[in-house]
Design a protein around this ligand. Structure first.
Ligand code: SF4
Length: 80
């Protein structure tokens, strides 16, 4: 389930990457990413707390993580 305002997609190809999961868990200031033994999980209840900081985009390979602004017609957050 996406949030009301924000959804986050993690590409299947990197979802099981434990190192990347740890990195995403560390960088997101509002705890949207959770590193588990199976890789990265999304805390759905946190999605709308996203502050659009782009730190997750910087931490992941290009295009692997998408932050989708549902309030803006589904536009993806871009690295500035
Ligand atoms: S843009 Fe920032 S707040 Fe939003 S999911 Fe990525 S790291 Fe978390």
């Amino acid at each position: 389930m996406p949030g009301l305002f924000i959804d986050v997609e993690v590409a299947t190809s990197i979802r099981g990457d434990a190192e990347l999961a740890k990195k995403l868990d560390e960088v997101c200031p509002v705890d949207i990413y959770m590193a588990t033994s199976e890789g990265v999980q999304i805390r759905e209840e946190q999605l709308d707390e996203c502050v659009l900081c782009e730190l997750c985009l910087d931490a992941a390979p290009a295009g692997a993580v998408r932050v989708i602004k549902l309030y803006d017609g589904g536009a993806a957050l871009e690295r500035s």
